[in-house]
Design a protein around this ligand. Structure first.
Ligand code: PAF
Length: 281
């Protein structure tokens, strides 16, 4: 497995590969790789000749610099697991390589960045869209893979790629869950044993939504209130939002119709986790 820290070497490698007809699959990450990431690497290895994984903790998408510093990191473990899942290249630039002095360009995907996580995390999706655009320009993949767990991020990236006539196909991969239903996330490492077991309540609340819809209930107020009851009964869980939105436009809906996203954000002490399910009726 090759490791590139410089944009120029990453670009030169991709140019060579694509000139020889090799398809490139790309998984952008901030490291602390888990089964969710590795499932995308394995899928990309089946669908492409070359798999590139980027590991870059993007300071632009964190509210405060300390949050980026607190982001879990385990490079040695990441390299091993990325390689055994089928990665050919790790792109691991530093902050100055990505945002050199004098950097001035930011990408804003309007409206859909201001709802759900965007309400409390102002500017977060500007940071995400900016770094993803840069990474897609650098790696120039045929296919780029994003996790459904970050559903809003995936919708924003797809919109950006469409709006800016970019080439890569954006593939959204299913959420991988622990045995008790907790969605895999790099942040799970930060949870204490107790917080970790409490966090399973998020998926229980989402399963309640599925159960109610299966019983023919379509009133979102009723569904959200039953979900809220489950979440607020859990000690040390502070609900940030429970939302039911159209899966593509991310507009709040009152009644479940067509394809919707049921999404939650919950704080376990200071650790913020998100999860969602899509429901189609
Ligand atoms: O989902 C993530 O890990 C990040 O938001 C991403 C897409 C790598 C951009 O920094």
């Amino acid at each position: 497995m090759k490791i590139f820290n410089q944009i120029s070497e990453m670009k030169a490698f991709i140019r060579e590969q694509q000139a020889s007809g090799n398809a490139v699959g790309f998984i952008p990450t901030m490291g602390a790789l888990h089964e969710g990431h590795l499932s995308m690497v394995k899928r990309a290895a089946k669908e492409n000749n070359i798999v590139v994984v980027s590991i870059f903790v993007n300071p632009l998408q964190f509210g405060k610099p300390e949050e980026a510093d607190r982001y879990p990191a385990n490079m040695e473990k990441d390299l091993k697991s990325a390689e055994s899942a089928g990665t050919h290249v790790i792109f691991h630039p530093d902050v100055m390589e990505m945002y050199p002095e004098g950097y001035k360009t930011y990408i804003e995907v309007k409206e859909i960045s201001d709802v759900l996580c965007g309400v409390k995390r102002k500017g977060h999706f500007i940071g995400v869209a900016t770094v993803v655009l840069k990474l897609l320009n650098i790696v120039h993949p045929d296919r780029a893979y994003f996790g459904q767990k970050d559903a809003q991020q995936a919708v924003i990236i797809k919109q950006m790629v469409r709006d800016l006539n970019m080439d890569p196909e954006i593939i959204v991969s299913p959420t991988i869950r622990e045995n008790d239903g907790l969605a895999m996330s790099s942040r799970n490492i930060l949870l204490s044993e107790l917080q970790r077991s409490n966090a399973a309540v998020m998926y229980r609340s989402l399963k309640k939504a599925i159960e109610l819809v299966n019983k023919g209930i379509s009133d979102c107020c009723r569904i959200k209130s039953e979900m809220e009851q489950i979440l607020t009964n859990q000690a040390n869980a502070e609900v940030e939002y429970i939302s039911i939105v159209e899966a593509e436009s991310l507009k709040e809906v009152k009644k479940i119709q067509g394809k919707v996203l049921v999404a939650v954000a919950v704080l376990f002490d200071s650790i913020r986790l998100i999860d969602n399910v899509t429901i189609e009726v």
